[in-house]
Design a protein around this ligand. Sequence first.
Ligand code: ATP
Ligand code: MG
Length: 418
Amino acid sequence: MGNLPPQVNQALALLEGAGFEAFLVGGAVRDLLRGVRDIEDWDVATNARPEQIRAAFAGWPLADTGGRHGTVTVGLDGQRLEITPYRVEAGYSDHRHPDTVRFVPSLREDLARRDFTVNALAYHPRTGVIDLVGGQRDLARGLIRCVGEPEARFREDGLRILRALRFAATLSFRIEGATARGMERNRVLLAELAVERVRDELTGLLCGPAAGPVVARFWRVLAGALPELAPPILGGRGWRRVGTALAALPPQPALRWAALLWEGGGPSGVLAEGLLARLCLDRRTRAGVLRLLQGREVPVQAGRKPLRRLASQWGAEAAGQLIALQGAFIQGSGPWARRRRAELQRAGALLEGLLGAEDCLSLRELAVNGHDLTALGLQGRAVGRALQACLEAVLEEQVANDRTELLAFVRSWRGIDR
Ligand code: ATP
Ligand code: MG
């Protein structure tokens, strides 16, 4: 077990000094046991009530953040800590929000309401790990397993279904059998969840190192959250192709979302556009994904000139992503597929080389600018047209990206333009 940051020890001591129990809980314990180094969120559970927590941290910067969960956020020497009273939740009539939240005196009850065994561990430097549900064994085996009866736990809160998938994808864990069956059986609950939560869990899932196998195995569950992609739009084979592609792509959100929508996103991406808008994906990512989907049919060739042109039109980053996506979706192992895969791999490497060599790829990198052209006597729209012509000429390797050569080129080009 790694050492706790001093601020965490201090928080435990302050609560205990005020006469209460306090334990580290949640993801931080799980991640400490996994040997994760850069843990960001530190959650402490205590039998103190919110007002008692605030009193124990008098003089330190505080914010009430948890609403009726009673969470108090404390800042101790630059470290944010969330302090939450032991609590249980009851009566999830909408499968999303508990009807009542009740503070309870025992850690045991607080741990029992948590979602998965690996998330239901508590730790104190004096007592060590407190494990009432076999969380350490599941952690060692790499298993996501519900605390308690899966059916009931998912019916209480459908978001747990997506959390299970997200943890499986980010931790590269398997999902225990009864838990997996509970997820399959309750997938209809996913249609009712708040879209922002769905978006965040899915983005986390898609960017996990095991996203590919999770999507391939649990596509029916995912289709519950994404009815736009349910059969007949995308059948089992399509989803498995998406899984294979995800496994071959770097974990960038726009790239992974584009992979998810590559096959089912509809002609010209209309379906994808609707889906991403419904999930309130941020505008930048949304635009990036839709643009990549537009590039499904763009013919990519592994040559310097065509790649410079591609990078110039798409931007260096998007061009690289497009090449990766096209490559990830090539099916089969026949001669055509092998050749095409190899060509796209060459294209990717060549593109990186071009970028590394800082070859001229956009107007900004051109060795002449608008001022140079105005000095030659060009005005208004003619300046933009001349710059564009310079870029074309450089991309076609007719002129070097050199100031003197480009100015000479503009002079000759002006002659034609007149
Ligand atoms: P992450 O690394 O993603 O932050 P985490 O385990 O810390 O993982 P959080 O969402 O920060 O997850 O929640 C903290 C803890 O609260 C969890 O470890 C779990 O014990 C509990 N928890 C969170 N969401 C739920 C839920 N929907 N149902 C039951 N318990 C939950
Ligand atoms: Mg957390």
